[in-house]
Ligand binder design. Structure first.
Ligand code: ZN
Length: 105
């Protein structure tokens, strides 16, 4: 594929919603004295989302019904990162050839 074509394709992909962080599945007790699961020594699955914000690492729990959507947004971020690396390379090549134009979309 030629460079301007690939660049157009990447710029199209970059218009995606995303989240930067990682989702992990763990388990914990809910702490309710009436919970039969915890009374039997069981634990509840819980999804945790770890991310950094304003230089601090944070972890929040994510409702299981949203974990698939969150994972999708995280995947978008990973793809986005790779695409930006490729886009940087493409723009460098265009710069060397004297073909870089900011509004070339
Ligand atoms: Zn419980």
């Amino acid at each position: 594929m030629d460079i301007p074509m690939r660049k157009k394709q990447i710029l199209k992909y970059l218009h995606a919603d995303m989240m930067k962080g990682c989702l992990s599945l763990t388990s914990r007790s809910c702490g309710k004295p009436t919970c039969s699961t915890c009374q039997k020594g069981g634990r509840h699955p819980i999804y945790l989302f770890g991310f950094s914000f304003e230089g601090k690492t944070k972890i929040v729990s994510i409702s299981p019904k949203f974990c698939k959507d969150v994972q999708k947004l995280i995947d978008n971020w990973h793809r986005h990162k790779d695409l930006i690396e490729e886009l940087t390379d493409i723009n460098l090549q265009l710069t060397k050839k004297g073909l870089l134009k900011e509004n070339d979309k």
